[in-house]
Design a protein around this ligand. Structure first.
Ligand code: SAM
Length: 212
């Protein structure tokens, strides 16, 4: 995501502890305490500016959501949306997905969303793709048995790679759309990238899969 570096972002994230989890490792195994309920927890990895996760939290008040984003300069835009909406069932975390297991125990997370993940098209960068096998292992370790991943992208190369990576890992694909916006899928909430690319006429790919 092309965003200007915002030197003040870190300080702003610290000013909203009710929305931005400040010490995620300390909540490992006890996320119900953070949300004050036992509702399921869904996370979006690489949440960007937060349109999707905020829209989902509004549409599904009985589910807790955490948007996880590497870049503090990007996640502050998601924070602005959350502050404006005052939603009780959404939080943000400024974290690298590689460190998810430090914050979540097996079964803490009920679903992982990956939306428009960076494609890293060069073969030598395969390990950075969020659907690379090492990341799948991390998701498997924080989800319950048969835990689900839901993935959307405009990038055909990344979609094909992900279909193959998830299958090779032994996951079961339960839903695959090669043209989401012209399918009968209901309840789609668009991300910033999805809006931008679909307005340019680009096709959106989507899949759901679970671990075995
Ligand atoms: N999901 C948003 C959307 O669809 O509009 C943002 C898509 S943007 C292409 C990908 C986002 O993933 C960027 O904001 C990037 O900083 C974040 N990201 C990339 N690698 C990550 C990682 N390892 N952990 C957490 N976030 C990551």
């Amino acid at each position: 995501m092309r965003t200007r570096h915002k030197p003040w972002a870190k300080e702003k994230l610290a000013q909203f502890p009710q929305y931005v989890i400040q010490d995620p490792v300390s909540h490992k195994g006890s996320w119900a305490e953070v949300f004050h309920n036992e509702n399921p927890l869904h996370i979006e990895v690489g949440t960007g500016k937060g349109s999707f996760i905020t829209g989902m939290a509004k549409a599904h008040p009985d589910i807790n959501y955490i948007g996880i984003e590497l870049s503090e300069s990007v996640i502050v835009a998601a924070l602005d949306k959350i502050v404006e909406e005052e939603l009780p069932n959404i939080k943000l975390m400024n974290l690298n997905a590689a460190d998810l297991e430090e914050c979540f125990a097996k079964g803490d997370v009920d679903r992982v969303y990956l939306n428009f993940s960076d494609p890293w098209p060069k073969t030598r960068h395969e390990k950075r793709r969020l659907t690379y096998k090492d990341f799948l292992k991390i998701y498997e370790n924080i989800l319950p048995d048969k835990g689900e991943i839901h993935f959307k992208t405009d990038n055909q190369g990344l979609f094909e790679y992900s279909l193959s990576s998830l299958s090779r890992y032994g996951m079961t694909l339960t839903f695959v759309s090669l043209d989401l916006h012209n399918s009968d899928f209901e309840g789609n909430i668009m991300t910033e990238y999805e809006k931008k690319f679909s307005e340019r006429g680009q096709r959106i790919y989507r899949l759901e899969a679970h671990f075995n």
